[in-house]
Write a new protein. Structure first.
Length: 623
């Protein structure tokens, strides 16, 4: 929290620790964070104003007791990708994020004569686009979906886990006698098999792989690839034959990702909310801050999302086949935007999860003069300008700190707590009595967990029927159906899938057309024009319009690759090929985890970490 200068988080942490006696042993950690958060701004300012400043010079400008701490903070700021450190004798030179290490000769400097020392490594600004600056506009309003007006196709529910199959897939090491590659399928044979030379083996730094029928994207999410040590992440692209197309360091890290159907583009979302997209040759076609989008800002106000929480509330991004549109999801809303202009094409919101009913707080009748409002703000340790979300957060922190039960020896605790209640009602217009003292949300959702009908005697000795209910009350974000998967189809339409297992098919113009209800969390939704493929952790659904054409049970599917002649379902140690309608054609099983699969002119090539096999007889992935 100190490294990210999260003052509010540190204050809330202190309030929690002070309120619970058993947690007070952690107070020294909070006190250290409070000290560190004061040291970070001057350290960052010195780095920005004088790139390459010596850490020892920054230390010398501070009181002696802070000098050792500054060294530790610099290391943590580098891990947080806010600065870079370059070793310089016994100290470090500090540079702000957004710079990459290059040799002076590559930066346009004259080469050093052979008799001089080797070229010095320096930092120069990274050549990249600035985030797109859009014309300010008002937030568009998402259309709330009404499932009762759409055709809903309920499908056999996918189980959360195949216990027996998953256990077998993960149990111990394979027997030494097991072949490295096993093929299943009429006419399928292992035409060639070889052990890869160390230089040809897949680089372990590329931990994430995004396969398509024509290109494969390899991502090093931590920038550990040799030659790109100071890039936030590294992207490598190979073609269908496995030949390298491009490799380059990216200016931003990667938290969410989507590659379009044929691999002609890939879209990333960084932890700081930067959308950045690239072609196979690493030409950048998009760089934009999600935090600047009015639709995100409206959702943040509605659900109380802090900027540092952006990545946790954006579960998927998607890119169209022509790269002209992209899609982002924010909790239960999906937004399709124009890549070039940033204009909203359409926006949709999923309805609340089944079983939850909306519960609105009653309006408080309390009013006050501007002087009384200022006094209420002062009591709550706030000042204008202030957002409703900030008032709610501060109320919770102070209520926890000032509650009479936690201050039994303070004679003013009850009166102060009552004043806090009044200040909250004045500033928010909410009647807290209508929700209970511990619920400060304007809108909450309630789910009845159980209802029991009992008969009791009334005052006249007759029966009196009473219904006793047990319910749960949560905030709006907890009752929302979070969008976990999305995709932009080949025809310009889209698919949006919620945690509830409902997959909504959307026309190119943004009109919902139908709902597939699988009752489980979808991981991938892929459009192949004539068919739709929905993948969960345990099952693949093959659909065509209102027809279910095939069901395939899987154990931990990792991805699906759609080609012209069918599709490949990838599992940790298997690749299975199907016709477009879901008929199984053949499979390759491996002794070790799969690292790469592609369809080349020589046949289907399958690679593990150390071995490669060429499979003859398997159909080509494209016509």
């Amino acid at each position: 929290m100190a490294v990210m200068e999260d003052h509010d988080g540190i204050r809330e942490l202190r309030a929690v620790l002070e309120s619970e006696k058993d947690l007070r042993d952690w107070m020294p950690e909070v006190e250290q964070a409070e000290m560190d958060v004061q040291l970070v701004p001057p350290l960052m300012a010195a780095t920005r104003e004088n790139p390459g400043v010596l850490l020892s010079a920054v230390q010398a400008a501070l009181p002696g007791e802070h000098r050792t701490r500054i060294s530790k903070l610099a290391a943590r700021l580098e891990k947080g990708r806010r600065i870079y450190r370059v070793k310089s004798n016994s100290t470090y030179r500090l540079y702000p994020a957004g710079y990459v290490i290059q040799d002076v000769t590559t930066a346009g400097a004259a080469p050093h004569p052979p008799t001089t020392s080797p070229p010095q490594t320096v930092l120069v600004p990274q050549q990249r686009h600035s985030p797109i600056s859009r014309t300010p506009r008002a937030a568009a309003k998402a259309r709330l979906l009404d499932f009762s007006t759409l055709p809903v196709m309920r499908l056999p529910m996918a189980p959360a886990r195949w216990s027996e199959r998953a256990d077998q897939a993960q149990s111990g090491k394979p027997a030494k006698t097991q072949p490295t590659f096993i093929v299943e399928g009429e006419g399928w044979t292992v035409a060639a098999q070889e052990k890869l030379a160390p230089a040809d083996r897949p680089n372990l730094a590329f931990k994430e792989v995004f396969p398509t029928s024509r290109y494969t994207y390899w991502l090093d999410p931590k920038g550990k690839r040799d030659g790109f040590e100071h890039a936030a992440s590294v992207l490598r692209v190979t073609d269908a034959e496995g030949a390298e197309v491009s490799t380059g360091g990216l200016a931003h890290d990667v938290y969410r990702a989507d590659v379009n159907g044929d691999g002609s583009g890939i879209l990333f979302l960084s932890r700081e909310g930067i959308l950045h997209g690239y072609t196979p040759t690493l030409n950048q076609f998009l760089e934009e801050r999600l935090l600047d989008q009015p639709e995100y800002q409206a959702q943040a106000r509605r659900l109380g999302i802090e900027p540092r929480e952006l990545k946790n509330h954006t579960r998927s991004v998607a890119l169209s086949a022509d790269r002209r549109k992209y899609l982002i999801t924010i909790v239960d809303e999906a937004w399709c935007l124009d890549t070039a202009t940033g204009a909203v094409i359409w926006g949709l919101r999923l309805p609340t999860k089944e079983g939850w009913s909306r519960r609105v707080a009653a309006r408080s009748e309390r009013t006050g003069t501007s002087v009384e409002v200022e006094a209420a703000l002062s009591l709550m340790e706030l000042e204008l300008p202030v957002t409703p979300d900030a008032i709610v957060r501060q109320y919770r922190a102070l209520a926890m700190r000032w509650h009479p039960d936690r201050n039994p020896h303070d004679p003013t605790a009850t009166a102060r707590f009552r004043e806090l209640h009044g200040a909250m009602q004045l500033l928010t217009g909410t009647d807290l009595a209508s929700l209970g003292a511990d619920d400060a949300e304007h809108i909450t959702y309630e789910q009845v967990l159980s209802a029991t009908r009992v008969s009791l005697p009334d005052d006249h000795g007759g029966p009196l029927d009473v219904t006793l209910t047990m319910s749960m009350v949560v905030g709006e974000s907890q009752a929302a159906d979070w969008i976990y998967a999305s995709n932009l189809g080949n025809d310009g339409g889209a698919f949006v899938a919620g945690y509830s297992g409902k997959v909504v098919v959307i026309s190119p113009g943004g009109t919902p057309e139908r709902v597939y209800d699988i009752g489980a969390v979808p991981r991938h939704v892929v459009d192949a024009s004539s068919h739709v493929y929905i993948v969960t952790d345990t099952r693949l659904y093959v659909l065509s319009g209102d027809r279910l054409e095939a069901l395939v049970d899987v154990a931990g599917a990792t991805d699906i690759v759609v080609g012209d002649t069918g599709f490949a379902l990838l599992e940790p140690k298997a690749m299975t090929w199907f016709t477009p309608s879901g008929k199984r054609v053949g499979a390759v099983r491996t002794k070790d985890p799969l690292r790469r699969v592609s369809s080349t002119s020589a046949g289907v090539v399958v690679e593990t970490r150390q071995h490669r096999a060429t499979i003859a007889g398997a159909p080509s992935w494209w016509a």
